[in-house]
Each structure stands twice: as structure tokens, then as C-alpha cells.
Ligand binder design. Structure first.
Ligand SMILES: Nc1ncnc2c1ncn2[C@@H]1O[C@H](COP(=O)(O)OP(=O)(O)O)[C@@H](O)[C@H]1O
Ligand SMILES: [Mg+2]
Length: 378
């Protein structure tokens, strides 16, 4: 049967891989150096800027066995353990691809412990027998065994802890962090990558000298992708789809709508790609159409804010940006006391509602919230 391949998705809404991945060359080099030298590294950016995509890209290029632990949905300490167990099972299956051999390997590894390996349809799965100890105890055990396995196989491996701030959030006694620090400092075979999107929680975990992760990691902060890199990337896709480039006006319209926020660039472009070669007007029309569809979801998100915070966000959305949010002009517009503006701004920045761009202008971080709040006559 002829092989039917799905059309290339140049603008995925999930992890960007292959040709869908744009630039980030410096960050990839930096990350790969950390991996090679087994230096623990922390990737930081607001949500949906491309941390997972970047980590997976660098990891795949290293061609090393790896495990990805996604902590996004953990709500209690035992969930952390579960995520690590699952990842460790997959890792063993990667290091030994023949299932029966993988099971034997895992069984030998965990012999004499309360941890048991079983074979499932998707490979080796690791379980805990009669539990007596706290989750951190088993996590330490598993990571030590993973280290031993890597040494035995004479291979270096990568452990990628994604949305790591959730670990600090659910595990109050920091036992899990201590265990991870212990392994990360002593390891001779494991490269640790941590990533996280809540800067406030991450700073608490990584910058507080009383916490186990203090000064453990090198930090890579992800910004938005440059206009030059995005232009090249979008035009390559345009040539593949319409056999011609899109106009510079249409490109500008894409950048001005999305402010180069990676998720929204992909969202807008994936909608554009379904139609004919777009001009600037079509770009705007499709963007406003999307904003209309999402109005109620934006409202429910901003409803979580206090009255002052929402007011400030709305004013900022209307003016677009300001270099002096505490200057007299902005204070007059806001009709709020300087102290309450300052307080609200701090909150909004901490929660990633606003950010300072590369020119020092304060703006809304999410271009969808920006367009919805600034168009309130709809
Ligand atoms: N380097 C990149 N090139 C193109 N698109 C990207 C890139 N990085 C991320 N994206 C896109 O941005 C969105 C968020 O990416 P993701 O890696 O999930 O971010 P995060 O892990 O920071 O939340 C996705 O739609 C993804 O396809
Ligand atoms: Mg992610």
C-alpha cells in the first residue's frame, strides 16, 4: 500500500518539532553544553513560550536516552512519585528495547527493594509494593538505580522535569527537592533539565538560600522569537503551501496581532494556512474573529483579578504600552493612586499578565487578552 503521509503541520498548537521549530539556536547550543557537562539547568519563561519544545529539540539532537516528567497536573506528593515512576519505566524501555530483556534488567535493578517492575503493553512499568515510606524515599531509590543503570550501560542519560514549579507547590516539606538536589550534585551520568513557567514559585525554589535548589542550576530564560527568525520561518511555510511568499504587510499584521507570542503566532498562522494567500486585511479579520470566539474565556480569566488589577490591565490594553506606568500621564489615565497602581502592577507582573518588552515598555503578555480588553465596544 502506498504510504499516505499527513500534511506537514507547520504551526502546531502543541510541541513544535521538525520543520515547525523556529530558530532558538543560541538556546539550543547553551542547553546542549549544559547536558554534555552534566550541569543542571533551569529553563524559565511564561507559559507557552516554547520551553518544552526547546528542551525536546535539544534532547533529541543529543541522541541520548531520556525521560520527560511532566508535573503540570500533580496535586499531591504521591502524584510526583507516580510521574517519576512512569518516566523511569519508559527510560528503561529505551535503554533496552527488547521488552523481556528490559523487564529482566529492571527486575535485577530493583531486586531487594519494595519496587517491582512489570511488563505492560507499552513496555516496562514500575510499581511500589508494600509502601511504608514517604514518596521522596522511593524517588531517591529510583533515581539512584537509574544512575547505576546508566553507569552499567556506560551511557549518559537526560532527565527532563517539566513544569517543575508544581513540585514546590504541592510538596510542602521540600523532601522531594532535597532528594533531587542530592542526586543532581553527585551524579556522574545524569543530565538534569528543569523547566518552569511560574517565575514567582521558581524564584522561591531556586533563589531562596534555605531551599534545597538554591544555586543548583544554570538558568536559561526564553524570550519571544525575533521578527527576523519568524519572517524566515513563516515564509518557508508560505512557499510550501502557496508556492509564494506572503506580503510584508501581511507579515507585519501577524506580528502586530500576536506580538510574536509563540503560541499565538502558531494559532493565527494555522488558521491562515487553511485559506488562500492572506493579505494584511485577512490576517486582521481572522485574528478578530478568533478574539470574538474567545471573549468569554478571557472574561473568566480576568474575573479572577481584583477590581483595581482588572482596571489597570484594561487601561494598559487600551493604551497598548507604556514606558512609565508610574508616570503622571499614566496615573492620570488610570485615575488611581500611585501606590495602588504600583501594587497592582507588581501582582500583574508576578502572575504574567504583563511584562516589560526588550525596549522597556510595559505591555500585556497575552495578545488575546490585549485585543479583547482593548475592543470593549463589541
Ligand atoms: N521554537 C519554536 N518555533 C515555533 N513554534 C514554537 C517554538 N517553540 C514553541 N512554539 C509553539 O509555541 C507554543 C507553546 O510551546 P511549548 O513548547 O508548549 O511552550 P511551553 O512549554 O513554554 O509552555 C506551541 O504552539 C509551540 O508549537
Ligand atoms: Mg511546556
Amino acid at each position: 500500500m502506498p504510504k499516505i503521509s499527513a500534511p506537514m503541520d507547520y504551526f502546531p498548537l502543541s510541541v513544535a518539532e521538525g520543520e515547525a521549530f523556529c530558530n532558538r539556536l543560541e538556546e539550543i547550543t547553551q542547553l546542549k553544553t549544559c547536558i554534555e557537562q552534566l550541569r543542571p539547568v533551569l529553563l524559565v519563561s511564561p507559559r507557552r513560550y516554547g520551553k518544552t519544545s526547546l528542551a525536546i529539540r535539544a534532547i533529541t539532537q543529543m541522541k541520548m536516552p531520556f525521560a520527560q516528567f511532566d508535573f503540570f497536573s500533580v496535586v499531591e506528593e504521591s502524584d510526583i512519585e507516580k510521574v517519576i515512576l512512569q518516566g523511569a519505566g519508559k527510560l528503561i524501555s529505551q535503554m533496552e528495547t527488547i521488552p523481556k530483556k528490559a523487564l529482566k534488567l529492571a527486575s535485577e535493578l530493583f531486586d531487594g527493594t519494595n519496587i517491582r517492575a512489570v511488563l505492560t503493553k507499552v513496555g516496562v512499568s514500575i510499581e511500589i509494593n508494600r509502601r511504608k515510606e514517604k514518596p521522596a524515599y522511593y524517588v531517591l531509590d529510583i533515581l539512584e538505580k537509574v544512575e547505576r543503570l546508566a553507569q552499567k550501560a556506560d551511557k549518559k542519560i537526560i532527565l527532563f522535569f517539566d513544569e517543575f514549579q508544581c513540585v514546590g507547590d504541592v510538596a510542602s516539606n521540600h523532601a522531594m527537592e532535597s532528594v533531587l538536589r542530592q542526586v543532581a550534585q553527585l551524579t556522574k551520568s545524569i543530565a538534569f533539565i528543569f523547566s518552569g513557567s511560574n517565575r514567582h514559585l521558581l524564584n522561591q525554589m531556586f533563589e531562596d538560600r534555605t531551599r534545597p535548589f538554591y544555586k543548583l542550576c544554570e538558568r536559561i530564560s526564553l524570550d519571544r522569537i525575533s521578527e527576523a527568525a519568524y519572517s524566515k520561518h513563516i515564509q518557508l511555510a508560505a512557499k510550501a503551501i502557496w508556492h509564494t511568499e506572503i506580503s510584508s504587510q501581511a507579515l507585519d499584521a501577524i506580528f502586530s496581532a500576536t506580538a510574536r507570542h509563540p503560541y499565538y503566532v502558531n494559532l493565527l498562522c494555522s488558521r491562515l494556512m487553511r485559506g488562500k494567500l492572506p493579505d494584511a486585511e485577512m490576517v486582521n479579520q481572522i485574528w478578530y474573529q478568533y478574539a470574538k470566539e474567545e471573549r468569554s474565556s478571557v472574561s473568566s480569566e480576568t474575573e479572577l483579578l481584583s477590581k483595581n488589577q482588572r482596571k489597570l490591565l484594561t487601561i494598559l490594553a487600551r493604551v497598548g504600552e507604556t514606558k512609565a506606568p508610574l508616570g503622571s500621564e499614566f496615573i492620570q489615565k488610570a485615575k488611581m493612586a500611585k501606590a495602588s497602581i504600583e501594587q497592582s502592577l507588581n501582582f500583574l507582573e508576578q502572575k504574567d499578565y504583563i511584562y516589560k518588552d526588550e525596549n522597556g515598555s510595559t505591555k500585556l503578555l497575552d495578545p488575546l487578552i490585549q485585543v479583547v480588553l482593548s475592543e470593549d465596544e463589541w
